[in-house]
Ligand binder design. Structure first.
Ligand code: PGA
Length: 253
């Protein structure tokens, strides 16, 4: 089986207009359609999701959402359900991004979102990551606890549709990414914790992505030396020059 990498673009609350969003999607789709070893997912802001999709199936650009309600429907003003997202062609949903956790989203809530995503048979891209990373290793305890709470009660039979995005918070929106060597260590650690939770078979197969200041210059090294299964890309994912270069660099590894 080819070792396909998963590259997810998290556009956050960008760009400012629908026109720009469509242009980014069109350009990204054109690049994605010629890649052989990369699956590309775009996660635009919700109001743009439908317009960023394509009627032609299969689409080289997979659609993702940045968050979702834990509820199926009902009196939840402002919420959007997984069913609604699925209807728009969304296949992937990010859960527990640190910017949402920072704004008060608890592990319990992320856990319920994951359940909702998996119940709809979509793929959950679950973000985990520590605020502080030092040689005392407290981040390892933090991650173990965060993963235990975030994945509590999720049945192993559903865990195949979980992708873990390791995003050390201090490396998000920063000048520099974590070093590829450290990323390698951390991805192994995350696979181990995942295996402890869901069993060895699932633990060895889980896709672990790295996110935090990935760009077209460091992406290939992070994949090669960090040995991660893909990347969660913020700023660079809406760069007209940078994202196509990043995708091509990863495709040619
Ligand atoms: P960044 O964001 O690539 O801009 O650091 C990553 C993320 O927040 O997912």
């Amino acid at each position: 089986m080819p070792n396909t990498k998963l590259i997810v673009g998290n556009w956050k609350m960008n760009p400012a207009t629908l026109k720009e969003a469509k242009a980014i999607a069109t350009k990204t789709r054109a690049v994605a359609s010629v890649l052989k070893n990369v699956d590309v997912v775009a996660c635009p802001p919700l109001p743009y999701v439908a317009a960023c999709g394509s009627k032609k199936k299969p689409d080289a650009l997979h659609l993702g959402a940045q968050t979702v309600s834990e509820y199926e429907g009902g009196a939840h003003t402002g919420d959007v359900s997984v069913g609604m997202l699925r209807d728009l062609g969304v296949e992937y949903v990010i859960a527990g991004h640190s910017e949402e956790r920072e704004a008060g989203m608890t592990d319990d809530k992320v856990n319920r979102q994951i359940s909702a995503i998996l119940a709809a048979d979509l793929t959950a891209i679950v973000c985990v990551g520590e605020k502080i990373h030092d040689e005392n290793g407290a981040h390892l305890d933090f991650l173990t606890k965060q993963m235990n709470q975030t994945f509590a009660g999720i049945p192993a039979s559903k865990a195949k549709k979980i992708v873990v995005a390791y995003e050390p918070i201090w490396a998000i929106g920063a000048k520099q990414a974590m070093s590829p060597e450290e990323i390698y260590e951390m991805s192994l650690f995350i696979k181990k914790v995942f295996a402890d939770l869901f069993g060895r078979d699932i633990g060895v197969k889980v896709k672990v992505l790295y996110g935090g200041s990935v760009n077209s210059l460091n992406a290939a090294e992070i994949i090669k030396i960090g040995k991660v299964d893909g990347l969660l890309v913020g700023r660079e994912s809406i760069s007209a020059k940078g994202f196509p270069e990043l995708l091509k660099a990863v495709d040619s590894i």
